[in-house]
Write a protein that binds this ligand. Sequence first.
Ligand code: SF4
Length: 250
Amino acid sequence: FCAEVPGRIGGKAKGFTMSIATETDLRRIAERGAADLDGASAEDLLRWTEENFGGRYIVASNMQDAVLVHLAAQVRPGVEILFLDTGYHFAETLGMRDASEAVYGVNIRNVTPEQTVAEQDASEGKDLFAREPNRCCALRKVAPLKKTLAGYDAWVTGIRRVEAPTRANAPLISYDEAFGLVKINPLAAWSDDDMQNYIDEHSILVNPLVDEGYPSIGCAPCTMKPAPGSDPRSGRWAGKNKIECGLHST
Ligand code: SF4
């Protein structure tokens, strides 16, 4: 009940192909998948995603490393990778995006906000991130993501439970209430050691900023090096009483 058909029958658009999956269908698939794949490996979760959603899913990456990109490309060569190009990224992160496309043969979907940074400065006042980071993230991350995901039935993310208390209960598969599609987190159960072992074993590309002391990389104005021994995500929006950008409710 999830086949792709030409023309409009219902559901959400992706290019010239329409899915006939309804919200009820997607909720059922997520529920069944969560039960059937409890404790499954990242590879099995990605294979399940491919079997259930074919070309109707996209893999999000913040380009901190290419672990998820590499895993996903094994299952679907040329898989679509969503990169939220906020206009505030480090040059190293943009370099990782381009290198990942070249090395792993994936298709980067570079998603930009409605307004350029200059346009936002003109309409909202300069450096909105410093005054109202939640609004800045809403405009530059959440809104463009929502618009993009409306064209898919599922998205795959790299969030891990050990990253933050807000992610401690991240499920492997769920129906994403915020964006209205199935969400798969193949790395949710991975530890930092699991990540490093995979990186070492497969010589995976890693953002050079990690080796410079940034364990969690986001937009440049909102990312600092955390103090030695402190929470790795404490360098994100430091002093702003904010720990998530609004993309992940789980
Ligand atoms: Fe704006 Fe900072 Fe959010 Fe990036 S992380 S969208 S610069 S507030």
